[in-house]
Design a protein around this ligand. Structure first.
Ligand SMILES: [Zn+2]
Length: 58
């Protein structure tokens, strides 16, 4: 799923517009861009290691 909601950097309003804020015309940006989390990767890695070592049953 794509992140559709954007936030105006000038007035702070949320909008679905991608070019500019419909209220004040200010620039908009994605407030919480979906990004890769190194922590999640670490947890996943630990889980796989435990599974391989037999700590977690299938
Ligand atoms: Zn605005």
């Amino acid at each position: 799923m794509k992140w559709l909601l954007r936030r105006c950097t000038r007035c702070g309003r949320y909008t679905l517009r991608r070019d500019k804020c419909p209220v004040c015309g200010g620039p908009v940006r994605v407030p919480h861009p979906p990004r890769f989390s190194p922590e999640d990767r670490y947890i996943r890695y630990r889980y796989l290691m435990k599974k391989q070592s037999g700590e977690i049953p299938e």
